[in-house]
Design a protein around this ligand. Structure first.
Ligand SMILES: [Zn+2]
Ligand SMILES: [Zn+2]
Length: 652
């Protein structure tokens, strides 16, 4: 017997192995198997079986599972994702059935005869003591049952009945309070029908935590968490309970999309606009797309809830694919622009209007949230004598400075260098730091407003900051300075919101820049509920804030722009990256790819190649338009060593 195995490596081909006689009775498709590959063992997925024998094949070492661990629907989802994201089946399966889950530690054996030595052992231990073939043989003969130690229910292949609920896609537009109220109502309805509900959040520490607490108050003991940030035991508990119980709310991050859920009646995706829904390693996908596809495959309801949905989702909703429920939109706020001629730098001062506003806020004992897109002290360092910009000496990338560590770090290659307070080119000590960020603002305000509480929110660890919350609850003025972390719902409220050089996102955000600015502004207003907003902008980058405060106006204008430029959501983009250590080798490969593109007749859809001479030589091409035309081409080139294909890249 020959088994075809998909391996979690970036090639589309499967690999053939011969199956030793001892394993023949246990071989089935979609089981995990341990196989030798190159010089070591690796876990792959059996995707095909063939009778017969072929010389020279290596043998499968062992079959890991007694039956496929994911259900038919999840397999269908994995197949779809593999095609849609041009990702090899083995890599998608490696994500869907993570080999690292310690499932066997929690599966126990119940032998029919109590004297059987296997009785009450964990599957892991039994396999170790008696060998996997012995255990599997007993299992196949019906001499033992498997059950998990959390629910004590039989561990069986998932073969779920189809629910008869009507399927509907809903885009819920509303504030965080409205969303919580709406979700609670719908969840109660599904739970009353003995169904389970899957809620997908972008992040367990912030949004996940808030929903866990709030929903646990209403549905005590019913909310369970599944994701990489909970302990392995908790994760396994969620795994088995979701499989066996009913009336649960499973709160998961993007890794829960392939989780088998018994009587799954509803999927909720909270804040689908978050970039964290992108999985950036190995299998690159967008969890929101996968959630929508999963609901279609399972024929169940899906709700996307947000105050600022992704432009793509909004377009689908306007096209009639989603029903829009609009609760409230952002209440009108008082908005005062502070426009300066030059950006804030270490040689200048904070704009006077800003200082006045902050002083008044301190007098009135108000809380002020200050947003900036940058976390470091400065990300633009120039010598005022020789006018040269500080650049990475290794790769030529831009440098960013952190004062607390006194380090310059390269934004391209990640290397760090110590800062010597002078120019490396001419030795001058006249150095200007501009494009300042949270660290600089914090330091400047500490000097200008001694005694005022200042809290920094640049990483998402604010929840662990108990004292910070205690300080903020007092009747005292305070400044909360942060980057994107400020948009997360911590329960912090601010009287005023200051946005320092928020418009800079236009320079660094690619084609989605304005959409991103919109998401940030909307979520800051949603979670902080300020009464007044003060954008501090540089004149030549200045934007019209009122454009960003009305959802329909903003989305319609943005869609029009994207349509004219033929950008997503009107077309899909694919990024092709070619990386080689030697330039001639790379150029040859680029030529080969261009010739192939000619043969496929798609040359007109390619922008590039653009060459970057950094540590390695790298070429980038952007391909757009009809994915069907490109699909075969992309599948072919993605198998070439040194070539990487990314579907729907977000930072172009
Ligand atoms: Zn210099
Ligand atoms: Zn560098």
């Amino acid at each position: 017997m020959i088994a075809h195995v998909a391996l979690p490596i970036p090639v589309r081909n499967t690999f053939s192995y011969s199956v030793p006689d001892a394993w023949v009775p246990f071989i089935r498709t979609f089981l995990r198997a341990k196989v030798p590959f190159r010089t070591r063992d690796t876990v792959g997925y059996i995707v095909g079986i063939e009778e017969g024998h072929r010389e020279g094949l290596k043998e499968i070492h062992e079959v890991i599972d007694p039956f496929p661990l994911i259900d038919e629907n999840a397999l269908q989802l994995a197949e779809w994702a593999s095609h849609y994201y041009i990702a090899p089946q083995g890599i998608v399966m490696g994500y869907a059935v993570p080999p690292g889950l310690p499932i066997e530690q929690y599966i126990k054996i119940g032998a029919l005869s109590e004297t059987d030595t296997l009785n009450n052992l964990t599957l892991k231990k039994a396999c170790k003591m008696f060998g996997r073939t012995v255990v599997f043989e007993h299992y196949n003969q019906g001499l033992l049952r498997l059950y998990d130690s959390f629910t004590n229910k039989d561990f069986l292949p998932c073969n779920y009945e189809k629910l008869t609920t009507a399927e509907e896609k809903i885009l819920f537009l509303g504030s965080i309070h409205d969303r919580l109220r709406y979700y609670t109502e719908i969840i109660a309805h599904h739970i009353a029908q003995d169904e389970n509900v899957l809620i997908v959040v972008s992040n367990h520490h912030t949004i996940g935590r808030l929903y866990f607490e709030k929903l646990s108050e209403v549905f005590p003991g019913k909310v369970i968490r599944y994701g990489i940030s909970v302990t392995s035991k908790k994760r396994m508990e969620a795994y088995f309970r979701a499989r066996n119980e009913r009336g649960l709310i499973i709160l998961g991050s993007r890794s829960c999309l392939f989780l088998s859920v018994f009587r799954n009646g509803l999927i909720i995706v909270e804040r689908p606009e978050e970039d964290e829904y992108r999985n950036e390693e190995g299998f690159k996908f967008n969890a929101v797309h996968l959630a929508i596809r999963r609901a279609e495959i399972e024929h169940i309801h899906i709700i996307l809830g947000s105050i600022s949905p992704p432009l793509e989702v909004y377009k689908h909703a306007e096209d009639g694919e989603f029903r829009i429920i609009e609760k409230t939109y952002l209440p009108k706020k008082q908005c005062v622009e502070i426009v300066s001629e030059k950006g804030i730098s270490t040689l200048g001062r904070l704009p006077e209007d800003l200082t006045t506003i902050l002083s008044k806020a301190v007098e009135r004992k108000e809380k002020v949230a200050i947003y900036t897109p940058r976390k470091d002290y400065s990300s633009h360092i120039t010598c005022l004598d020789c006018k040269r910009l500080f650049l990475c000496t290794v790769c030529g990338g831009g440098l960013s400075y952190r004062k607390d560590t006194n380090l310059l770090s390269c934004t391209s290659c990640g290397r760090s260098f110590s800062y010597e307070s002078r120019c490396r080119q001419c030795g001058s000590r006249l150095i200007q730091f501009s494009h300042v960020g949270a660290e600089y603002i914090e330091q400047t305000l500490r000097q200008a407003f001694p005694g005022v509480t200042i809290i920094s929110a640049i990483r998402e660890n604010l929840y662990e900051h108990k004292e910070a919350f205690a300080m903020l609850s007092r009747e005292e003025p305070a400044f909360i300075i942060g980057t994107q972390a400020l948009t997360k719902p911590y329960g912090l409220k601010a009287d005023k919101l200051v946005m320092i050089e928020w418009e800079e996102l236009k320079r660094i955000g690619g084609y989605r820049a304005e959409e991103k600015m919109f998401h940030i502004l909307a979520n800051l207003i949603d979670v902080l509920e300020p009464n007044e907003i003060y954008p501090v902008m540089v004149r030549k980058m200045k934007v019209d804030l009122t454009m960003f405060l009305d959802l329909r106006t903003f989305y319609r204008a943005e869609l029009e722009k994207r349509k004219n430029a033929q950008f997503p959501p009107f077309t899909r983009l694919f990024l092709l990256e070619i990386e080689k250590e030697k330039e001639p080798v790379g150029t040859k490969l680029v030529e080969k790819i261009k010739t192939l593109a000619d043969q496929f007749g798609i040359t007109q859809y390619i922008t590039g190649p653009l060459i970057q001479r950094r540590k390695k030589y790298r070429w980038r091409m952007i391909l757009r338009d009809n994915e069907d035309q490109l699909h075969d081409f992309l599948n072919t080139v993605s198998d070439y060593p040194g070539v990487r294909v990314e579907a729907d890249p977000i930072s172009i």
